[in-house]
Design a protein around this ligand. Structure first.
Ligand SMILES: Nc1ncnc2c1ncn2[C@@H]1O[C@H](COP(=O)(O)OP(=O)(O)OP(=O)(O)O)[C@@H](O)[C@H]1O
Length: 338
């Protein structure tokens, strides 16, 4: 659906030259929810705005639904942009217009006649759960409701792509969850491809099928969200993952334990398997689970456990080999030799 080829965006002035996006190539499939993660200044917004040519890349290609957007200008570019909706952290609603008028405005701009506009606005407000707020003004709405209006407005002209620029950053955690559920519903029911930029890995965990991690204008790692969580390669990615999967053991516990400490990772279907109890039954070792957590990455379980294994060295080794055979990721954190 979206192909970015060697995108570069350079901001140049008399006194400075800033590379906002540095040679980024990405492919986003139709119907996917794709996350772009990075710290402030990484280039996420710039890259997102290159997708609908709000920013014109200095070089590279932007192909959306088979159309090379950089080849278009004027009316044809405006038309192509109608198939790309966008929502923002700051909502950007017109305060002097009602909820109904804010959504209708997008349709009016696209030349839709009054009767059709009315029908479509009511349909959109009902989709985002605000059918009863049509005559209210933005100042009478909560942040979450304002974002719902802006989603309705972005969907007015039936776009194929929805770009979300830190759309939940101004919202509290429970409102964030409800907006993410709405985005999932839109993706499921309307098949719209969604691109989300965020600095919160939690959002990727909740909704993104695939994601890219950005730093200094570059994509440093990219792939299915589950793989990124289960097996991050780059230090920056690991840092982001840790904000969600915090599995640090308290230092005191580490000092006091007398056995060998292993970190076990269970993926998807393995989460329900009895690997640990099988290991304990078949080896002359004792085991204590010191820490454990199952996280759901787009509803697929990823379990991480830290376990103390106590016994003779040779038995511990056998037990660890057994775990390594059954699970892909087994890491010895601390080896205590007696
Ligand atoms: N209009 C501009 N003129 C000059 N430099 C810019 C402009 N817009 C962005 N930049 C620079 O490009 C780089 C990437 O900025 P960008 O806003 O894309 O990052 P970001 O990851 O979205 O950060 P944030 O989450 O803070 O918005 C930064 O160094 C920024 O200062």
């Amino acid at each position: 659906m979206i192909t970015l080829e060697s995108i570069e965006k350079v901001y140049e002035s008399k006194s400075s030259r800033v590379v906002g996006v540095d040679n980024v190539s990405l492919s986003i499939e139709k119907g996917e929810i794709y996350g772009i993660v990075g710290y402030s200044g990484a280039g996420k917004s710039t890259l997102l705005r290159c997708i609908n040519i709000l920013e014109r890349p200095t070089s590279g290609k932007v192909i959306v639904d088979g159309v090379d957007l950089l080849e278009l200008s004027g009316k044809r570019l405006r038309e192509a942009r109608q198939s790309i909706g966008m929502i923002f952290q700051g909502f950007y609603l017109v305060s002097s217009k009602t909820v109904f008028e804010n959504v209708a405005f997008a349709l009016k701009a696209a030349g839709v006649d009054r009767a059709k506009r009315e029908e479509r606005v009511l349909e959109l407000l009902s989709l985002v759960g605000l059918a009863d707020k049509a005559n209210q003004y933005p100042s009478q709405l909560s942040g979450g409701q304002k974002q719902r209006v802006s989603i309705a407005r972005a969907l007015a002209n039936s776009p194929k792509v929805l770009l979300c620029d830190e759309a939940t950053s101004a919202l509290d955690p429970s409102t964030t969850k409800s907006i993410l559920s709405l985005l999932k519903k839109i993706n499921d029911e309307l098949g719209i491809t969604i691109v989300i930029i965020t600095h919160e890995m939690e959002i990727v965990k909740e909704v993104c099928d695939r994601c890219a991690v950005m730093q200094d204008g570059k994509v440093v790692e990219e792939g299915p969200s589950y793989e990124i969580f289960a097996n991050p390669k780059e230090d920056l990615t690991k840092e982001f993952i840790q904000t969600v999967l915090d599995f640090q053991l308290p230092a005191k516990l580490l000092e006091n334990c007398s056995g060998t400490l292993v970190r076990l990772q269970f993926r998807g279907e393995q989460a329900g398997e009895s690997v640990v109890s099988d290991m304990l039954q078949n080896h002359k070792v004792k085991g204590n689970i010191l820490h454990g957590k199952v996280e759901y990455i787009r509803e697929k379980p990823l379990g991480i456990f830290i376990m103390e294994v106590i016994g003779e060295q040779v038995e511990i080794q056998r037990a660890i080999s057994y775990l390594q055979d059954r699970l892909k990721q087994v890491e010895v954190i601390k080896h205590v030799s007696k």
